[in-house]
Ligand binder design. Structure first.
Ligand SMILES: [Zn+2]
Length: 421
């Protein structure tokens, strides 16, 4: 077992490596490394070099996921996947996704050559953020067989299709099916920064993710009557924007009094949109999320009722359309439990929480047991160059991960699992 000092040294290395990868960018002034972009080649070269030094066999699958396989104690041993994504948003920080990949490399290094009853396959997913093609999770989708012709035909801003981008990266789109999960996979573990303020507000370094929230995105349109702002008395107006405003406050009120709900109206538009004209039409979007599908659906139904009642009282019409409906995804209860123990062994009090954002673990959970560990995010800041981590938290995450691998290596329940892939 490595000492606390060993984990701190390893954490320093992990952070330095994340910073180094952040310099491999499409932009001179900041970090942007989108799906199959030129700097992704450099990124793969760096990470491959670190993985090979640990005795891992490195390969790139047909959607550009970088894989490093560190074998188990015996030939034919099953495998555990550990990783996250290597693509970034524009003007990104150094740790979103990247930390989970580099930390997986650090975990294998912490084994110091020791072989476990399972192999460890380190994953650097090629695409999670959805920046280049407007579709997220292309990397992990390939593992569960969800990269179809429609997706391959999608084009980026330059008119390059996913298929062409894959070819341009010297990969073969006809081999995507080979990226699918094999039946020797026991599960997937992902370390990721929380990207929010919860762990920091509680003073806890690590969080155990129990579920990834489900979400609905809708667009509401209130329709009234556009009219003269000077000649129309207040009692004779049918002001669509005032109705939308009343409903937006109702959204906030309901979310505030319903535990676990987050609801956001992030976009409004009034028509005709002139200072001296009463708005005849107002559009407002709704993004609503909760770890329980039932709680989310009940809250959404209530917000639709309120929109209707506000519209009726003001003699307006309201209609809505659904843009996205995604159910909540539970993380594997056994792995979640084991992570809780491992966090405690690392000297931390685990905080069980839902993830408000989507992650690769959500996609893989369709086919294999998946679980996530969150690291405290200073200031809750992410998707920004100011994104950071605490050295001690990274050391705790490595220690937790090491305990977790050791626990799983001696768990008959875990080793006896068969995969649904
Ligand atoms: Zn991420």
């Amino acid at each position: 077992m490595p000492t606390t000092g060993d984990f701190t040294n390893l954490a320093e290395k992990v952070i330095a490596r994340c910073r180094k990868l952040a310099s491999l960018s499409e932009d001179a002034g900041g970090t942007r490394r989108t799906f199959l972009s030129a700097p992704m080649h450099d990124c793969h070269r760096e990470v491959s070099f670190w993985m090979k030094a640990l005795g891992a066999t490195v390969s790139l699958d047909a959607v550009g996921n970088l894989r490093g396989f560190y074998p188990g104690a015996s030939p034919g041993a099953p495998r555990v996947l550990v990783g996250s994504h290597l693509d970034t948003v524009p003007n990104a920080g150094a740790f979103d996704g990247t930390l989970g990949v580099v930390l997986a490399v650090g975990l294998v290094e912490s084994l110091d050559g020791q072989k476990l009853p399972f192999g460890i396959e380190i994953f650097g997913f090629s695409e999670e953020e959805g920046v280049r093609f407007g579709v997220p999770f292309i990397g992990s989708r390939a593992l569960v067989g969800r990269v179809d012709e429609e997706l391959l035909g999608r084009k980026d801003e330059l008119g390059i299709s996913v298929r062409k981008a894959i070819q341009d990266f010297a990969l073969n789109p006809n081999e995507i099916s080979k990226a699918a999960l094999c039946d020797d996979v026991l599960g997937y573990l992902e370390f990721h920064i929380e990207q929010g303020p919860v762990l920091e507000s509680l003073g806890r370094p690590l969080g155990v993710v129990e579920a990834i929230v489900g979400q609905n995105r809708l667009e509401f349109t209130f329709s009234g009557q556009a009219n003269h702002a000077g000649t129309t008395p207040m009692n004779l107006r049918r002001d669509a924007l005032a109705a939308a405003a009343e409903w937006i406050v109702a959204v906030e009120n309901l979310a505030r009094r319903t535990p676990g709900i987050v609801a956001t109206v992030g976009f409004v538009e009034a028509k005709p949109g002139a200072m001296n004209v009463i708005a005849g039409e107002a559009r407002a979007t709704l993004d609503i999320r909760h770890a329980s599908d039932r709680a989310r659906t009940e809250a959404l139904d209530e917000l639709i009722r309120q929109a209707e009642s506000i519209a009726t009282r003001r003699a307006l019409a309201v209609k809505w359309r659904t843009l996205l409906a995604q159910h909540a995804v539970a993380m594997d209860p056994f792995l979640t439990e084991q992570i809780g123990h491992a966090v405690q062994k690392a000297g931390c009090e685990p905080h069980r929480m839902a993830s408000g954002a989507g992650h690769d673990a959500m996609i893989l959970a369709e086919k294999i047991p998946a679980a996530m560990i969150f690291l405290r995010t200073p200031g809750g800041i992410s998707h920004d160059p100011a994104e950071s981590v605490h050295l001690d938290d990274v050391a705790k995450a490595l220690e937790c991960g090491h305990h977790l691998l050791t626990q799983l290596a001696t768990s008959r329940e875990f080793l006896g699992r068969t995969c649904r892939a």
